[in-house]
Design a protein around this ligand. Structure first.
Ligand SMILES: O=C(CO)COP(=O)(O)O
Length: 135
């Protein structure tokens, strides 16, 4: 599965802790991230991460393009709901595309925990089945 990992600045420490806690599950998948988030994840967890541009510089839109092209299976986006983001339209567009394409999306740690446990149990394998049918 292709997993997108994204965190706003005040949520980056939480995402790093989350990735470390669930590393045995997460490391079995291909990881993608916006620029600064990806840099921190690879430096602090040792995992290999494909990095897009930083969120405010188009990274959210790059991940959105992967979603629109059926190349992202799960999105863990630790949003900061208390800080205004200069690229709020990009954040909304990314979330909207997850809804358009039924891509499982967590916008906080509580939901991310449920999704990652589901990932481990194989609950998201319908994504692969759906893709095979479309090929
Ligand atoms: O702003 C972001 C998501 O909207 C995250 O971008 P960075 O990972 O580059 O900080």
């Amino acid at each position: 599965m292709n997993i997108a990992l994204i965190a706003h600045d005040k949520k980056k420490d939480d995402l790093i802790r989350f990735v470390l806690a669930y590393k045995p599950i997460i490391e079995k998948h291909s990881l993608f991230a916006t620029g600064t988030t990806g840099k921190r994840i690879s430096e602090e967890t040792g995992l290999s991460v494909h990095r897009f541009r930083s969120g405010p510089l188009g990274g959210d839109q790059e991940i959105g393009s992967y979603i629109a092209n059926d190349k992202m299976d799960l999105v863990l986006f630790f949003r900061d709901p208390l800080t205004a983001q200069p690229h709020e339209p990009d954040v909304s567009a990314l979330i909207r595309l997850c809804d358009v394409y039924s891509v499982p999306l967590a916008t906080n740690m509580g939901t991310a925990e449920v999704l990652v446990k589901g990932l481990e149990r194989g609950d998201i394998e319908w994504r692969g089945v759906q893709k095979e049918r479309e090929d």
